[in-house]
Ligand binder design. Structure first.
Ligand SMILES: [Cu+2]
Length: 118
């Protein structure tokens, strides 16, 4: 019984995060993405829309280390792992497109995202 509660609570948290991702994806304005937010292996928000030339800040939150690798775009990737709390790096997107990215150590846990540059 205790295990069922635990499982359903985890499911609820995941559902809430997915809803947040959906809404933030459509109405992003503050361009900062937290890595490992609220003790979950996620980028938050995990989907943002920015304009060409905008800079996105990736900031360490919890469960480090994290990095940010953009599929097929090493020029936007940050392979170095961030270990320190609050550590951050900036990435400027100078070409339009949809950029899927992941945290290499945690991609298997679902730490992935997408940045739409328009
Ligand atoms: Cu990570």
């Amino acid at each position: 019984m205790k295990q069922i509660l635990h499982w359903s609570q985890r499911c609820l948290v995941v559902c809430i995060l997915l809803i947040f991702c959906f809404f933030w994806g459509s109405t992003a304005y503050a361009i900062e993405i937290l890595m490992g937010s609220e003790g979950m292996l996620v980028f938050e928000p995990c989907e943002v829309t920015v304009n060409v030339g905008d800079t996105v800040t990736f900031r360490n939150n919890e469960l480090p280390p994290h990095n940010m690798m953009v599929a097929d775009h090493p020029e936007y990737s940050h392979s170095e792992l961030a270990f320190a709390p609050g550590e951050s790096f900036d990435v400027t997107f100078d070409k339009a497109g949809d950029y899927r990215f992941q945290c290499d150590p945690h991609a298997g846990a679902g730490m992935i995202g997408v940045i739409h540059v328009e």
